[in-house]
Design a protein around this ligand. Sequence first.
Ligand code: C2E
Ligand code: CA
Ligand code: CA
Length: 579
Amino acid sequence: MSTPTLFSLDDFPVGCMVTDNKRHIVYSNRYIEEYFGYSPHELVDADLFSLLSKASQIIYEAYIVPLIAREGCCDEIRLTLVTSAEKLMPIVVSARHDSVYDRIFWSISSVSRSNQLFEKLTETKSLLEQKVSLLRTLKDTDPLTGLPNRAALTKYLDQEMLSRKRNGMAFAVAFVDLDGFKEINDRHGHHVGDKTLQLMAERLTGNLKSDDMVARFGGDEFVIFLKDCFSASLVEESLTRLVSKLAEPFKVDTLPLNLSASIGVTLYPQAKDVEPGQLIRQADQAMYQAKLAGKNQVCLFNTDNEVVQKEKHSELLAIRAAMEFGQFELYYQPKINMRTGKVFGVEALIRWNHPVEGLKGPATFLPVLSNTPTGLALGRWVITTALCQQQIWLQKGLKLQVSVNIDGYHLQHPQFLRDLSAILSDFPNLPKQLFEIEVLETSTIEDVSHVSSVLNACRLMGIRISLDDFGTGYSSLSHLRDLPVDTLKIDRSFVKNMLTSNNDLAILKGVIGFAHAFGYGLVAEGVETLQHSQRLVELGCECGQGIYIAKPMPARAFPTWIDEWYQQACQEKYKNSFV
Ligand code: C2E
Ligand code: CA
Ligand code: CA
């Protein structure tokens, strides 16, 4: 009888590692030692960070730690490991948290190995997908839900439009997109995702008239054809009922779940002739409006909307072209200490040198960029340009803190930290603590814990964070509790009214007292007169920016301004009151 072979973790063809709650390595198998060149005693008790590149340390703090805290595990995350020979080696890690012993179990493999596996998998997957799509076009049914598919609905719509033209009856086309489906799929896997789609398909068919038609368009998108629609309000009413049915909690196996749906709907006939495909696009656009308006609701398409969309599109094209032609420029507004007169920093504020309309302020073009790839590209441009300018000034002996404004959607974008690290790595000699990010307090921060970990990662890099327009947001204090912040910028509306409104003065005093108590830095915006400056200093807010000190100016004007400021302007403006 042969003896059974005993395997140990040392025989595993991947790296296995265990860390404690202080990131210290308590175990690593032979693979890690051999492959990455460490000896066993080098690894035991070592800080996991000593094996990771700087960027990976950030990813660890910003993504892996919150993910593990939330879900207990993370899968297939790419990091860079520093080998014992100090070479950088890309790796793929997965981790599980053991809550009993408060340990994290890691599996680690080199990227080349996982790439091979991945390539094989994608090859097989694409072959399978080709087969499936062939089968799908042969049949008119969506295999998962049993509903008609896109091809079937399009055919049906063509026929119906032909016959409606003859009999003149009205109908509606609705586009349904589930809100939060991706999270269910990502969090609980495809099995649960598939069951959810089947259940939603049942709810859709079960809550419509028998001669209405529901088709699955793909993913979590469905299209409904509603017959005999007498008025827009009736259609909206019945779809609103449908939305609340879809939002009812449900269970997959024993797992309690809930999601909602956004529905866009368009009516036929219309003033102008439309094609079937156009109707679906209109419903899709209206669905998008429903998402923007906060999801879980119905939005009716109207042709004005179409005009707005077209305008938005052409504005975006113009902005993209302006970026290419270098028409954007950063202006810089000084920030000073109003007690000593010292200029300690500048805020970068974007301007568009429009060839026809002249100099345009951010309010005229930033809103249309919200949540668009062009907006992200412009955000990256702002950071790069500001850093570049800071470097030029530093080389001339001007040491200034430079701050940039970052929109909420940019900050929350998964790519943000990677972009920022990449840009910063082009300026290795700049002291990071001289760079500051201003986060708009009112900007929509959807996932506070995510933003908080991003800001933490920024601070780990040495960057300072300031909360902009402080006091105007609906949740100033709760944001402060959750977000790691160095400085509060008091919104200019409070400063503006402090001399005339007791209410605003009281808020201002409250914010100043609060900042002192908790050790935040303070900068007042909108300092427009000497009285504002003096009163702010009396109240305990020494730092300010505003047109009394200087308007935002192009970079080339700054050296002259600062020379004049120190030579005479500051003494004149502050009547020699500086200490
Ligand atoms: P903000 O961050 O509150 O910037 C200060 C705004 O106040 C600037 O307007 C500035 O010109 C104006 N200002 C300065 N001193 C005074 C004063 O004494 N009185 C008054 N009433 N206003 C003063 P601007 O340049 O039009 O910028 C408006 C907003 O646009 C900024 O508000 C910021 O939220 C956003 N913004 C500007 N540049 C950028 C950028 O590069 N990226 C992003 N994402 N947002 C930017
Ligand atoms: Ca700002
Ligand atoms: Ca502000």
